[in-house]
Design a protein around this ligand. Structure first.
Ligand code: ADQ
Length: 445
């Protein structure tokens, strides 16, 4: 069995390495169980040290490197999150390009390659993750690495016309050619990337590998969480009102201001829901050091305040808004208790929250899902109430429909969505990708 080498910007932090609790770690659990694994990435620290920090937990070895202070900002905040993230989510207006950032991005990728190449053996299978590391494959090849290398893009890929705005974008497209397997979330992303590559005279071979969750584990966590003190406190505090739940990183791709406006429209246009619903938005702050994220946070503070001021009553607060993270198990209980899951990104590679919400429902009395048609998950969850999140009225109508949907219809739709979530799990995603990468990459089922 070949060794699996996972490369991602972030690796699980040391305290989690024993159990590997994070999203990618859960998705790769089966693959990790079957292979000796090396996980390579950024240590989380800046500094001049060149040698990787090494550690081991069971069959997984970890090698992490520091990034020089001078290059960190340009690589991470600058090019990755200030330029690529908005571009890949079709938000060119928010993108900031600086040549120095691009140079830092390329320098850090080379640094990754130089530190990783000596650790690699010819029969390793290398799987590189996400937009921070697009050039890594080509950098490794330039250092003579000949083993199989695959790349998976977790975020969307925009139309070729939009991608064309990226200065020196051709170079990035060329980077993709170094990979033996090029995976994206949905067919539309594959088509976009392949067309962009074709437009630059390159052969694009991107394929869709939609990511999933571990539905069994999530469903049983949700069942257990239903009777925990937190879930009971939530229920008590709602006093019989229907809960509309949103769970997202605080990110402008998630459409949070539009979502708040959609909820405000629900209260304006469908007054029968007054005092009958509560919206809870859990949105832990992410990338707080990037300017656009600080602006977004202020906007949401203001919107939540305005909705509560305009519609609230002395015994009813229409919006509950928290910027703290919530433990996954507690979250599972909240999903199960919610009458409506509200997932309305303006663009999203997949969106795992939508799948988690489905997995967490009580089969006898499932909640309804209002889902943006611009989330990758909409391909598989066609039985959600699909909305265009740019139109707050459409979101309001979707919410009204969800809140008034007859139980039979709710169950029918949920059953079909649940089948879709079970059909395509985290394990099938990783298995399919690794099988594409090489015949001996995974043990036959
Ligand atoms: P994200 O943009 O982070 O992921 P998503 O797919 O929804 O978006 O995953 C977020 C994860 O974080 C979920 O597992 C969710 O439960 C958890 N989470 C969110 N808010 C939380 C909170 N307040 N407390 C605790 N946990 C919380 C990127 C891409 C997506 C793609 C994934 C995986 O942007 O499109 O689906 O990678 O490929």
């Amino acid at each position: 069995m070949a060794r699996l080498v996972i490369v991602s910007n972030r690796v699980p932090p040391p305290r989690e390495r024993g159990q590997l609790a994070g999203g990618l770690a859960i998705a790769l659990r089966d693959a990790i169980r079957d292979h000796d694994t090396l996980w390579f990435g950024w240590s989380g620290a800046t500094g001049e040290r060149r040698e990787p920090h090494l550690s081991k937990a069971g069959r997984v070895s970890f090698a992490t490197i520091d990034i020089p202070e001078t290059e960190y900002r340009g690589y991470y905040q600058g090019f990755s999150n200030g330029m690529l993230w908005p571009l890949l989510h079709s938000r060119m207006g928010l993108a900031q390009f600086h040549r120095a950032d691009l140079a830092a991005y390329r320098a850090v990728n080379r640094l990754f390659a130089e530190a990783l190449a000596p650790l690699l053996r010819p029969d390793d299978i290398v799987w590189v993750h996400d937009y921070h590391l697009i050039p890594l494959g080509r950098d490794l090849r330039a250092l003579g690495v000949s083993c199989r290398i695959g790349f998976f893009l977790h975020v969307p890929f925009p139309t070729p016309q939009l991608f064309d705005h990226l200065p020196q974008g051709d170079d990035l497209l060329r980077d993709f050619t170094a990979y033996d397997v090029l995976g994206v979330q949905v067919q539309q992303d594959a088509d976009n990337l392949n067309q962009a590559m074709a437009g630059s005279g390159l052969r694009g071979r991107a394929r869709a590998f939609p990511i999933g969750i571990d539905p069994e584990t999530f469903a049983s966590a949700a069942r257990r969480a239903e009777s925990t003190p937190d879930a009971m406190r939530l229920r008590e505090s709602l006093a019989g009102r229907a809960l509309i739940l949103g769970v997202d990183r605080l990110d402008y791709s998630k459409g949070l201001p539009q979502r708040f406006r959609g909820y405000a429209q629900l209260l304006r246009r469908f007054p029968e829901h007054h005092k009958g619903v509560t919206m809870m938005q859990i949105a832990p702050v992410s990338r707080g050091d990037v300017a656009q994220y600080r602006t977004l946070r202020r906007e949401l503070d203001e919107l939540a305040g305005r909705i509560n001021g305009e519609h609230g009553e002395f015994d009813w607060v229409p919006v509950r808004y928290m910027t703290r993270a919530v433990a996954r198990n507690t979250l599972a209980g909240f999903y199960r208790y919610a009458r409506v899951g509200l997932v309305t990104p303006l663009a999203d590679g997949m969106n795992l929250v939508a799948k988690e919400f489905v997995a967490a429902q009580n089969p006898d009395d499932p909640g309804a899902l209002v889902l943006s048609r611009f989330a990758g998950a909409a391909d598989e969850l066609a039985d959600a109430i699909l909305v265009n999140p740019f139109d707050p009225d459409e979101t309001a109508e979707g919410l009204h429909r969800a809140l008034t949907m007859p139980p039979d219809e709710r169950r029918d739709r949920w059953q079909r969505m649940e089948e879709a979530v079970r059909r395509n799990t985290a394990a099938t995603w990783a298995g399919n990708f690794l099988r594409a990468l090489g015949p001996t990459a995974v043990r036959a089922a």
